[in-house]
Design a protein around this ligand. Structure first.
Ligand code: PRP
Ligand code: URA
Length: 210
């Protein structure tokens, strides 16, 4: 298994992920839960972001206090479903910049096809967090990270909700330098590249498209 893979194991994360997996959880609740889990995952994903100190005034006296070292991190959404995670991460780091990469899986080959790419112009000066709820074959995540490495950000982290063992392995072989944070590690992929037991198609569940 990929040594840089970490399951964020917390009772609230486990509970909320279970609610998201339920077939009858409606779209508005799924969306709210994804945002909430993103906050909890975000706590771990951002743990090693560098800090600096700033001179501030409390009501009582001046002090040197810790702040995130600038410039602010860049959150990157793998469209569509990555937006659900990024919304929660933005609650945590409202000043973050946001990049988008549009990828869809060809249903026959399961290869990722890129249709959109827009990043902050100064991404090379930023730590980045790439978000997509599902790491199945990992073809999408691997392609996204490959593309981003061309732009040389300060660092890359990948955060997802559910990972398949096949995807964790493939991602680790392609990008051994990039840590993965997940809410859960599932059993396997089915013949169509869907995660079992999983939660279905994350984009469809988030936006009610099926
Ligand atoms: C889903 C998901 C990931 C990808 C994961 O997106 O959000 O991006 O599949 O699968 P992989 O690890 O095998 O590449 P999808 O291609 O369905 O696009 P969508 O978000 O627009 O629905
Ligand atoms: N993409 C999804 O949205 N769900 C899966 O189970 C696999 C890929």
């Amino acid at each position: 298994m990929n040594p840089r893979f970490k399951v964020v194991d917390h009772p609230l994360v486990r509970h909320k992920l279970t609610a998201m997996r339920r077939r009858d959880t409606p779209t508005p609740e799924f969306r709210r839960l994804l945002r909430e889990v993103a906050l909890l995952l975000g706590y771990e994903v951002t743990r090693d972001l560098p800090t600096a100190t700033a001179r501030i005034e409390t009501p009582l006296e001046p002090m040197e206090a810790p702040v995130l070292a600038g410039p602010e991190p860049c959150l990157i959404s793998i469209l569509r479903a990555g937006n659900g995670l990024v919304d929660g991460l933005l609650d945590l780091i409202p000043t973050a910049k946001v990049g988008h990469i549009g990828l869809y899986r060809d249903p026959k080959t399961l290869q990722a096809v890129e249709y959109y790419f827009k990043m902050p112009f100064d991404i090379a000066q930023r730590h980045t967090i790439v978000a997509d709820p599902m790491l199945a074959t990992a073809n999408s995540a691997i392609a996204a990270i490959e593309r981003l490495k061309e732009l040389k950000p300060l660092s890359l982290r990948f955060v997802c909700l559910v990972a398949a063992p096949e995807g964790v392995r493939a991602f680790g072989e392609a990008h051994p330098d990039v840590p993965i944070y997940a809410a859960g590690l599932d059993r396997e992929l089915n013949d169509h590249g869907y995660i079992l037991p999983g939660l279905g198609d994350a984009g469809d569940r988030l936006y009610g498209t099926r």
